[in-house]
Design a protein around this ligand. Sequence first.
Ligand SMILES: [Fe+2]
Ligand SMILES: [Fe+2]
Length: 189
Amino acid sequence: MTTTTHPVDVLMAEHRVIERVLTALEQRIGELDQPPFPYDFLTQALDFFRNFADGCHHAKEEELLFPRLEQRGIPREYGPIGCMLKEHAQGRECLARVSAHLDAARDGTGEARAMVRAAALEYITLLRQHIYKEDNILFQMAIRALDPDDAAELMARFAEPSNPRLSAEVRRRYEALAERLCGDAAVAR
Ligand SMILES: [Fe+2]
Ligand SMILES: [Fe+2]
């Protein structure tokens, strides 16, 4: 009974996938100033970060883990949960800026390419620091705060069939996309 996977382990495993795609994105940033513009890679990376990092991973944190941690006494306002929520919102704002300037950057506008580069680099730095804080601070607090029933319930709700964003099928699809993106980055180097 004690051998079941802990919800923090699931989230940390997702962090490792996200970090690999952040590294792939960082490797491709240098291509922004020389043709061919990596439009397909950036479009697919946006899909991954919006629908896996945010839609699947941050959704588990915001809708399931964080509310339970609040119930167990970890504060939201002026505490680690509020800080993590703010960073999720900052990440969405960076992705929106990449998306808004992507077509113009592909079409050769230097200013748009600079905007894509700046927003992508800001996102990479933000998310790496965010993941570090969760792994080493908030998730360590979570391991201490959650009892075995909390952990079992969160694990069940992580696989909630009524929420397609959290399904194992979606997770598998985006893990496969992550592999392709990392492969593309290795080839392009
Ligand atoms: Fe987070
Ligand atoms: Fe996270």
